[in-house]
Design a protein around this ligand. Sequence first.
Ligand code: OGA
Ligand code: MN
Length: 340
Amino acid sequence: MDQNDNEDNFMKVFKYYKSNKPKPSLHNVISEQDTSHVVKVFTDNVREDARTAFLGLQNCQKWNLYTFRNHPGLFLIRNPFTGLGQRYWIRKCLEEYPKKPNKTNIDLEEIIDDWWSRCYTNGECNHQLLKKLRWSTLGYHHNWDTKLYTENNRSSFPEDLAELSDIVASYLGHTGFKAEAAIVNYYHMKSTLSAHTDHSEVNLKAPLFSFSFGQSAIFLLGGQNKSTTPSAILVQSGDIIIMSEEARVCYHAVPRILPAKSIPWDDNIQSTDELSIKEATLFKYIKSSKDVISRLNSNSNEEAWSKYCSYIKESRINMNVRQVLNENQTSLVGAEFIGM
Ligand code: OGA
Ligand code: MN
């Protein structure tokens, strides 16, 4: 086989799952029951984290953690969110994260301060504008042309998403993780994401956290070049994929969105009690836990939730969180390294 044939292995699988005629068989798509590929990790000694309830997460004891025999460094956490928690994050991704100063793909055409409100001006829904959003970027904004992050293209990172990432990072033993950049991807039923590696970050040793909500997807993970035939993994609403170590720099893609088999964002919706824990000692990044709890609970009202509900019925949202800087580095400008 020559080099080009080799390089086609990732693309062949991508095209197979993307195809509509014929439709792909899902027979080889790995699910967590598939013990020939997946290993359940028993984390008996997991420390309780009092922050989980505030951020729409179930108690860590209820999370299921899996690793993949063929992909060292790749992890999947299934069932970490409550139904109300999924609603919270879906709504955040629609209502808050596309707002300025964050960037979106729509900026190339028109700068819209508040995309979600604009979609619903005068009580009507502008479906065309609603479907136009494909990504928004938070923290260090990924520059899609240069693939570089820069200090002058940075806004503050959302406190709640930093806190959520910190909880998951700590659960996996990564105590020093700092959420500094995120891409939020918005997919419709025919959307795909082509093969790529994420290597714009200075720090490729830090793990990458990928949170998925709404419709399901086939996620492909291959090797460090496209000659490796990738594994196809079913990703469902609420799943967290962690790409660390070797898997952090591997090719991956989303060739297909699939209708969700269940609707976990409708499960067991009830308000979360106000929790009486001293805020200052609890959170690393969030300033007011009262705000978070009231936002969480506002989505238990079906009417308040209904617009987000109709969006997510035919879409998938993925929050892709990265650390950009090395430990001890405070900025991308060389002279600002601590200790230099
Ligand atoms: C990305 C990415 C995967 C997904 O944003 O870089 O790989 O599951 N997303 O949407
Ligand atoms: Mn990626």
